[in-house]
Design a protein around this ligand. Structure first.
Ligand code: SF4
Ligand code: SF4
Length: 369
């Protein structure tokens, strides 16, 4: 395992994202499998575990808390996030933090983030006077480092990062998203300001793990590491990155990611060129820029928005248009794109700014006879 030292902490370059734990037939987190994966990560040097209040229908913090009881809590960094959309005043912020500490069965969080900040949420927090309050929260010992995770345009990122002396921040970043949201510009700004970054969506919600054959061949022309490994390595190679989060769902992914975290992270010129070529090949194929984050859900009319986008994208990415017509039929009728009433409720919730009703209409036209 490789580590990054910043200020008073030293984090493993690979972090465990606790939002995609394995689930059982009933849809609950499979705790035995999850604990095995967490144990494996810990045994191999992963010391950063990232959860959040809403993950897994609010069960992620509880499960992680139970796992923490089985290990030396002080051997790891625990990160969670304040669900700022549910918070309307300082008292609610404090109550939520206390509740999260209780759920995680810890007396402090090493890293605490204001979750998924955008312009609207940031303005609300400013009006609440939250930033004046954060020093007191840190002084109480309940939070060691304060940061924010982010989904909005670069201009908003710049405003937020310059507003407060953050200990760290978290952005979506991968070899496809260099000009998206904070992107390269956001990375460079944080580096200049000496604010280390945690990276989320390094594999773009799994999209960069299942790449089309021409991209896989391109990677294999250099080495036999997996496409997911190529995606992670690109992010890990950035020196202002303190930790790259991967939402691991099975042991194979844990093993593959641990392998990546041991690779040489100094990219050669040829590797850099391969990433550029892969980006160009991908861009030709993706139709909808959806990461599967599900922030747009639920739709009041029942459309499963990310599921429809996934089927549609995969049809183009893998040249499976006919097969995917069948996959589309597998989506429950009540969740298909044609159920969309164009009410617009989902549009502002999408951090990728997708014109969701328009894209759903295109999907309906593609698949409905
Ligand atoms: S625009 Fe369509 S998909 Fe979006 S919330 Fe309304 S009905 Fe649902
Ligand atoms: S449409 Fe937007 S909000 Fe919904 S899952 Fe995709 S990226 Fe996330």
């Amino acid at each position: 395992m490789q580590y990054r030292s910043f200020n008073d902490f030293k984090t493993s370059i690979l972090g465990f994202g606790c939002m995609r734990f394995p689930i059982d037939e009933k849809g609950n987190i499979d705790e035995e499998k999850t604990f095995n994966m967490l144990d494996k990560a810990l045994e191999n040097g992963v010391n950063y575990y990232d959860t959040a209040y809403p993950y897994h229908n609010k069960n992620s913090e509880l499960v992680l808390g139970r796992w923490l009881q089985t290990i030396d809590r002080d051997s790891v960094y625990v990160a969670s996030k304040s669900p700022v959309w549910l918070i309307n005043n300082i008292q609610e912020f404090d109550e939520m933090l206390n509740k999260q500490l209780e759920r995680l069965q810890v007396d402090h969080l090493d890293f605490y983030l204001l979750h998924a900040l955008n312009a609207e949420r940031f303005n609300k927090l400013c009006d609440m006077g939250l930033f004046e309050h954060l020093a007191d929260v840190k002084a109480s010992g309940k939070i060691s480092h304060i940061g924010f995770s982010f989904h909005d345009d670069y201009e908003v990122f710049e405003k937020i990062i310059k507003h407060y002396p953050w200990d760290f921040c978290q952005i979506q970043y991968n070899y496809m998203d260099i000009n998206y949201q904070a992107g390269d510009k956001g990375y460079e700004l944080a580096k200049k300001m000496h604010i280390p970054m945690v990276i989320m969506e390094p594999i773009r919600g799994g999209m960069l793990a299942n790449v089309p054959s021409e991209i896989k061949e391109l990677f294999n022309s250099y080495d036999d590491n997996s496409p997911a490994s190529w995606a992670l390595r690109w992010v890990m190679a950035h020196d202002n990155v303190m930790c790259v989060l991967s939402g691991m769902s099975n042991m194979d992914q844990v093993v593959d990611n641990l392998h990546t975290a041991n690779l040489d992270l100094n990219l050669t010129d040829r590797q850099e060129k391969i990433y550029k070529e892969a980006r160009a090949l991908f861009n030709k194929r993706i139709q909808v820029n959806c990461t599967g984050c599900r922030y747009c859900m639920p739709c009041p009319f029942g459309v499963d928005i990310p599921d429809n986008f996934k089927v549609y994208n995969e049809g183009f990415i893998y040249d499976l248009k006919d097969k995917n017509k069948k996959e589309y039929q597998f989506i429950d009728e009540s969740h298909r794109s044609n159920v969309c009433q164009k009410c617009g409720a989902c549009i502002t919730k999408c951090p990728q700014h997708i014109d969701i009703p328009h894209m759903l209409e295109m999907i309906t036209n593609t698949y409905q006879d």
